[in-house]
Ligand binder design. Structure first.
Ligand code: A3P
Length: 304
């Protein structure tokens, strides 16, 4: 391991699972809350691109696709730094001794690509004022829940998940970081009618990456040769990204992300929920889902 990498991975503070506090009904970490006024006052620039997702919906995947498009399919350029350095995570604070996503974003030259998990009503107003382009990615609720559970297990900054059974109840109730999946996906679905938002689905990218990456290219007004598109499709597939240390979060200290418990690049599949939900859990989930998703035109595929 290089000296730089070793230094970057060194954690000289105690890693503890975060406390949460609600901001307008949405659980955020106390560390985000401590700088909430600054997050809310964040000054977006007109050429900012925001990648917004409910966490575990395929954010990192989309970030890599976008970076590859922006760099004309140059793999080496996309390996210049880990994902979170290339595209700051706006509201995230790892530790007070480290620069927050907000500080990283402020220092970044334009054009910037930023990441957020905030629900639509907590997006800093300057993004709307500047009419920034936003890519939103949504993933079906069941796979999203399973992925989120395993992420809680491996990421020692996340709240204690409890058992799968316990976690699922918290997820259904929206008592998890960034709140209710249901309100998140519905809120952003409504917002797309009034703002320049490209709304994508994890399942669609998985099924037809060519078509979905082309949508992103069009949205970003980038016209790339077929060979470049082929290269982007190849470089952003799960098996390749799993081995890419600049995209798989293995440069983060193992005290924070313990890939031995569950790798960040875990399964990358549609329908893995079937290996986790019991029949009873599935019935209960479906019944509640119907109520919460009634009246929206938004639909999801739980399998391909
Ligand atoms: P699983 O835990 O189901 O494997 P996020 O980046 O929003 O945190 O989402 C992480 C989820 O996206 C994980 O899901 C991860 O494996 C999956 N993922 C990351 N890169 C992917 C890719 N190239 N193709 C498919 N899934 C990917």
């Amino acid at each position: 391991m290089s000296v730089e990498k070793e230094k970057a991975m060194k954690v000289d503070w105690e890693v503890t699972r975060c406390e949460t506090v609600e901001v307008e009904g949405i659980p955020l970490t106390t560390k985000s809350y401590a700088i909430w006024d600054k997050i809310w006052a964040f000054q977006a620039r007109p050429d900012d691109l925001l990648i917004a997702t409910y966490t575990k919906a395929g954010t990192t995947w989309t970030q890599e696709i976008v970076d590859m498009i922006q760099h004309g399919g140059d793999i080496e350029k996309c390996k210049r730094a880990p994902t979170h350095d290339r595209q700051p995570f706006l509201e995230w604070v790892v530790h007070e001794s480290l620069p927050s996503g907000l500080e990283r974003a402020k220092k970044m030259p334009s054009p910037r690509t930023l990441k957020t998990h905030l629900p639509v009503h907590l997006i800093p107003p300057s993004f709307w004022k500047e009419n920034c382009k936003i890519i939103y990615v949504a993933r079906n609720a069941k796979d999203n829940a399973v992925s989120y559970y395993h992420f809680h297990r491996m990421n020692q900054l996340m709240p204690e998940p409890g058992t799968w059974e316990e976690f699922l109840e918290k997820y259904i109730a929206g008592k998890v970081l960034w709140g209710s999946w249901y309100n998140h996906v519905k809120g952003w679905w409504r917002a797309k009618d009034d703002h320049p938002i490209l709304y994508l689905f994890y399942e669609d990218i998985k099924e037809n990456p060519r078509q979905e990456i082309q949508k992103v290219m069009q949205f970003l007004e980038k016209d790339l040769e077929k060979e470049v598109l082929d290269k982007i499709i190849h470089h952003t597939q799960f098996e390749i990204m799993k081995e890419n240390s600049m995209a798989n979060y293995t440069t983060t200290s193992p005290e924070i992300m313990n890939h031995k418990i569950s790798p960040f690049m875990r399964k990358g599949a549609v329908g893995d929920w079937k290996n986790h939900f019991t029949v009873a859990q599935n019935e209960r989930f479906d019944e509640d889902y119907k109520k919460k998703m009634a009246g929206t035109s938004l639909t999801f595929r739980m399998e391909l």
